[in-house]
Design a protein around this ligand. Structure first.
Ligand SMILES: [Zn+2]
Length: 236
């Protein structure tokens, strides 16, 4: 499970100007060793977190819930999905900059090509199979682009039941770290997994969280075009 804005940043960083992928350190400013473009670590984290959320909720969870709905006619299981490989989030970032940010598809394709070349050389077998089965299938890639886009559009055209299930995941991820800290400060020995199972949220808390999650998703969409300004400007 990933947790709202607290999601962990990966070791690999992508340059927003030339799409070079390099090993990051803990500096306050990230500087691309290839083109010299600079971005604050804070800003980098914000932008990558948005892409991660789009992959996590808008792609992974959505696929799971749509499959359940199709096979069982209803959504009865909730999952705690693993976070995606960071290179996968780079692909989503490129997709988002094209659709939500309005950048030309030719440019986006160059970013995909650079990420693929990196994965080919440095990726684990799991990363390779995951990225290549997406990138090399026109059908999968179209679907991926569409789903990332719809995430930024607040799931306007998604099945209602799937949307509610995804929102519920977002709320649980958002609320639980705070509650967890409160409960643990009272009793360090407590079984947190059991607590999560019995879901300690009142309906009012869930409702408030849902509104907040909706506002956040919508705000993300509104700021999108501005935040992709100058992206991939040094790409060859
Ligand atoms: Zn660069």
């Amino acid at each position: 499970m990933i947790r709202g804005r607290e999601m962990e940043s990966g070791h690999w960083k992508i340059c927003f100007a030339c799409a070079n992928i390099f090993a990051g350190n803990n500096a306050e400013v990230l500087e691309c060793p290839c083109c010299g473009s600079r971005v604050s670590a804070e800003n980098y984290k914000l932008i990558l977190n948005e892409a991660r959320e789009a992959v996590y909720y808008g792609w992974d969870y959505r696929l799971k819930y749509e499959k359940d709905l199709e096979e069982k006619g209803r959504i009865s299981t909730h999952y705690h999905l693993e976070q995606c490989e960071e290179v996968f989030n780079f692909i989503a970032l490129a997709a988002a900059s094209g659709i939500a940010g309005g950048l030309a598809y030719d440019t986006i394709k160059k970013v995909f090509t650079k990420v693929c070349a990196f994965v080919k050389q440095n990726g684990s077998p799991k990363e390779k199979s995951k990225i290549f089965s997406l990138i090399h299938s026109r059908e999968n890639m179209d679907k991926f682009m569409q789903y990332i886009d719809e995430y930024y559009r607040c799931f306007e055209s998604i099945n209602e039941e799937v949307r509610e299930a995804i929102f519920e995941e977002m709320i649980v991820d958002k609320i639980s770290p705070t509650l967890e800290r409160m409960i643990l400060s009272q009793n360090a020995e407590i079984d947190m997994d059991r607590i999560k199972e019995i879901s300690p949220f009142s309906e009012e808390e869930i409702f408030k969280g849902m509104i907040e999650a909706r506002i956040e998703v919508t705000a993300g969409k509104r700021n999108k075009s501005a935040s992709f300004e100058n992206f991939w400007k040094n790409i060859e």
